[in-house]
Design a protein around this ligand. Sequence first.
Ligand SMILES: Nc1ncnc2c1ncn2[C@@H]1O[C@H](COP(=O)(O)OP(=O)(O)OP(=O)(O)O)[C@@H](O)[C@H]1O
Ligand SMILES: [Mg+2]
Length: 247
Amino acid sequence: MKGLFITATDTDIGKTVITGAIAAALRDCGIHVGVIKPLASGGVVNADGHIQSEDAVFLAKAAGIPVEKWAQVNSFCLTPALTPAAAADQMGIDIDIPNLIAACRNTSQFYESVLIEGVGGIAAPLWKEYLVADMVSELNLPVVVVTGPQLGTINHTVLTVAYAKARNINVAGIIMNKWNENAKGVLEESNMEYIERLTGVPILGKFPVADSVSVSMGQTESLAELAKLNLNIERIIHIIEGSNGNE
Ligand SMILES: Nc1ncnc2c1ncn2[C@@H]1O[C@H](COP(=O)(O)OP(=O)(O)OP(=O)(O)O)[C@@H](O)[C@H]1O
Ligand SMILES: [Mg+2]
């Protein structure tokens, strides 16, 4: 399989927005791209009474996946807003990791490339001691780390990249989300500079805060345009083309 795994320095940093933005831009370039959120927590009950992941709906819309195929985007969704391992414990259910990996591989067969969104950060437990990093290793896809421009980001980003490298994970790039070009100052500029210098990983873009984008409202319409303006889509395509995920 060809694709990217999107992680972040923390929860709520913008994995879903950035994954959706990349998906929308790739689709705009004529690439048949699939999106996967293999495991989600904090699911909401939809009009039909099913537990649904807002992330999965947002990703599916961004990638233009028809509604009848939305089930392929997310195979397992838990309701407690906890790390999946704890959410499953609370619900008294087991998470079948081999089944999740098989679902990713199965979905990937239908697309030229897939974008897989993780959960929380790279060391978040999915089930017992099985972490997001273990899933990345099993899938063997390059990783993009989404980070933010706020105080403390250097530490979070450097630690995330160092942990990934220690696990032999290929960190292909960093994307700075919620960047405000008009309000940037010494804090934001120096954060950016240090992150690049200390990680040695290329910054693939600075994505702006956009009122037109909302995960909970499923607002995806402006994503392709924003991605093309603010992300290095050419380089991202190149990384995906060079990937060789385990089938
Ligand atoms: N660039 C942006 N412009 C506007 N809103 C944004 C942007 N990035 C993220 N948000 C908002 O911030 C919140 C967190 O973003 P997002 O859901 O993408 O984070 P996440 O890392 O995927 O979180 P989780 O760990 O829950 O999956 C969401 O409400 C989203 O709509
Ligand atoms: Mg998300």
